[in-house]
Write a protein that binds this ligand. Structure first.
Ligand SMILES: [Fe+2]
Length: 245
């Protein structure tokens, strides 16, 4: 009884955000609003405790079968009009992401412990296959505090848990560019690697394997996928079609 009330309250927050964000056109105002609202939610430890209990019990919500980009990431809400999503992250002691970019704006903050955010600027030619990164800022956020990030080269960072305890963080991400991947950066070599969501990665594997199996069937399917919503699927389908010729 208790648990469904709290999960219901979380859903009420998100529904309210859906309405509010739909009425804002500027990215700046969406970020400002989301930061304030996330900060409010980060202080609701009762809701977060309930979410963790649900995860431990294997309840239907949050859905752990939903494949996410990072394996410590849980989808809590996805706006029906793709305006934003709310995600929970659980960080083990000393756990950090790689340095990465984003397809949308985002606001992030910890529920407990401390949360470290290191921001980078990408120098040099953005079109080239490698990147020179310069650290520009290092933040240590306390529970309830938030910071924001931006799409593509304007939002390159790594985040993680500098403490010796497991911690939680929440993120709100805005409407995403239909790129289909994010970039990971290796600061030592300058190498840039695409990181795909598991569903996209599996589709790419199939697109690349199909032309060798059946020419006419793959031509049909790949021609449809030339028009896919995601840029990476369109590109992969085009090169697979090239292979058929
Ligand atoms: Fe990030």
């Amino acid at each position: 009884m208790m648990s469904s009330n709290l999960i219901g309250e979380l859903n009420a927050y998100c529904t309210e955000w859906s309405h509010a964000l739909a009425n804002m056109t500027e990215m700046e105002s969406r970020i400002e609003y989301s930061s304030a609202e996330l900060s409010r939610l980060l202080r609701r430890k009762d809701i977060l405790v309930e979410l963790l209990c649900s995860l431990v019990m294997g309840d239907k919500y949050p859905d752990i079968k939903k494949a996410m980009m990072f394996d410590n990431e849980f989808l809590l809400y996805s706006d029906p009009n793709r305006l934003f999503s709310l995600r929970l992250f659980i960080w083990e002691p000393g756990e950090y992401t790689s340095i990465h970019d984003h397809n949308s704006w985002g606001v992030i903050g910890p529920v407990s412990g401390e949360f470290e955010v290191v921001n980078y600027r990408r120098n040099g030619n953005a079109e080239s296959g490698s990147a020179v990164l310069q650290e520009t800022e290092r933040l240590c956020l306390l529970p309830g505090e938030t910071t924001s990030t931006l799409p593509l080269d304007d939002g390159i960072h790594k985040v993680g848990n500098p403490t010796a305890e497991s911690i939680l963080s929440l993120s709100i991400y805005g409407n995403a560019l239909p790129r289909g991947y994010i970039n990971e950066f290796d600061p030592a070599t300058g190498e840039i690697r695409p990181l795909y969501a598991p569903q996209v990665k599996k589709k790419l594997l199939a697109i690349r394997a199909l032309p060798d199996l059946d020419k006419s069937r793959s031509e049909d399917v790949l021609k449809q996928k030339r028009e896919d919503r995601l840029e990476i699927i369109r590109t992969a389908s085009l090169s697979a079609l090239e292979k058929l010729r």
